[in-house]
Design a protein around this ligand. Structure first.
Ligand SMILES: [Zn+2]
Length: 68
């Protein structure tokens, strides 16, 4: 049975959970109970989130502004 890693968008914590079926909806955050979690493909995002020494802007993607 695969163990998936999730990242909570609310408290910015990561947690692992056992997923019985891949079609199951994402679980709730074990830290704050929010359901705004995203599945991680690996633990890289967790490391990025927890090793926040410098204030970095989020990766570009949405909301590219004023570049005309
Ligand atoms: Zn949370």
């Amino acid at each position: 049975m695969p163990i998936y890693e999730y990242h909570c968008c609310c408290c910015n914590q990561c947690f692992e959970t056992l997923v019985l079926r891949s079609t199951d909806p994402p679980p709730r955050c074990v830290h704050c109970g929010a359901d705004k979690v995203e599945r991680l493909l690996s633990s890289f995002a967790c490391k990025v989130a927890s090793s926040g020494s410098g204030q970095q802007a989020p990766a570009a993607g949405c909301g590219s502004t004023g570049f005309s």
